[in-house]
Design a protein around this ligand. Structure first.
Ligand code: NDP
Ligand code: OXD
Length: 316
């Protein structure tokens, strides 16, 4: 049952049906799906995923914005979004999904899945040389919540793992690089690049031809591979295609795209060395994420500090 005296919630999403979020949040709070276009002073919290720009600016008493995802670029895309605290998703369930996706894609590139799939079509019985994991270096761009867990899982399998972050990070068994100066040495040591960066003004378009051409070109897999599960805005798709054609990049697994859904005419769909998933690496499951949001609202009303706050200056 909702209790109207507690702060009301605006649930504003595009791109998927918010019914499950609505059902779970409205067990404890009064939830409004979209305000009517006029100012609504009755709303304290907004739970959002790619909300309509301008909608938050019409909530004069908005106290906290909760992102339905780990990434918050969709909130900063609205330049009228009020300057209130933003809470992002940090959850075991989401981290586990991402760890599974990254491990799956790394192992598929490492164990030459595309070669076997192609051989099967032609009924070819041939075993290509398979390097062991410890000869292969996986480089993770973004050693945050998701990147760190993936790095540990890949270490446990036996890969050599490097990480790149904005500030220095100390993850056991992972060789850390950071900042602009650390980027080229990190790339030069990488056979499989995993991109788990947030999309910010600094990281926009970072996965371009220049970056891809700095990956280790003479590694044990016969060429470097790219896995991007961060954000499509991090990559320049035209450069990925160019790098594949030039042989600078061997294969790519892409979960995110500059425009989503990926347009039917995109050559990425049918490229033999590109594996496409529809932004599905780590789905925000409301059953796991709505209860902690409600708990944070309660805690905030008791005067406790919010957790998993976004740093507005850094943009993530
Ligand atoms: P975190 O904020 O925990 O980690 C971000 C990492 O990126 C940190 O290590 C940070 O460095 C690093 N970073 C940020 N800016 C720079 C920079 N300019 N140079 C170098 N490193 C930088 O985020 P999460 O791990 O929780 O999530 C990462 C991203 O994954 C999300 O922002 C989202 O876009 C994406 N995502 C995609 C999903 C999907 O289904 N495809 C699902 C969930 C998330 P430092 O440690 O120094 O702060
Ligand atoms: C996220 C996402 O940011 O699903 O959580 O992309």
């Amino acid at each position: 049952m909702s209790t109207p005296e507690r702060g009301r919630v605006l649930l504003s999403v595009t791109g998927f049906n918010p019914q499950r979020w609505y059902d779970l949040l409205s067990k404890e709070r009064e939830v409004v799906l979209e305000p009517d276009g006029t100012e609504d002073p009755s709303i304290d919290y907004a739970v959002v995923w790619k909300h309509q720009p301008g909608v938050l600016a019409r909530l004069p008493n908005l106290k906290v914005i909760f992102s339905i995802g780990a990434g918050v670029d969709h909130i900063f895309a609205d330049d009228q979004a009020p300057d209130v605290p933003i809470v992002r998703v940090v959850a075991d369930n989401l981290t586990q999904y991402m760890c599974e996706y990254v491990t799956w894609r790394v192992l598929d590139h490492h164990r030459q899945g595309s070669v076997y799939r192609e051989q099967q079509v032609r009924k070819v019985w041939h075993e290509p040389r398979q390097p062991p994991a410890n000869e292969v270096s996986v480089g993770i761009m973004g050693l945050g919540q998701l990147g760190t867990r993936a790095a540990k899982a890949l270490r446990a399998i036996g890969f050599s793992v490097n990480g790149w972050s904005r500030t220095p990070k100390d993850v056991e068994g992972v060789r850390g690089f950071h900042g602009e100066d650390g980027l080229t040495p990190f790339l030069n040591a990488t056979d499989i690049l995993v991109v788990l960066l947030p999309l910010t003004a600094v990281t926009h378009g970072i996965v371009n031809y220049s970056l891809l051409s700095r990956l280790r070109q003479d590694g044990p897999l016969g060429g470097p591979c790219l896995i991007n599960a961060g954000r499509g805005g991090l990559q320049r798709e035209i450069d990925i295609l160019k790098a594949l054609e030039a042989g600078v990049l061997k294969e790519a697994s892409l979960d995110v795209f500059e425009r989503e859904p990926l347009a039917p005419e995109s050559p990425l769909w049918s490229h033999p060395r590109v594996f496409v998933t529809p932004h599905a690496a780590a789905t925000s499951d409301p059953a796991h994420l709505a209860p902690p949001m409600l708990q944070q609202m309660d805690a905030f009303e008791r005067g406790e500090a919010l957790k998993n706050l976004v740093d507005r200056n850094a943009g993530y």
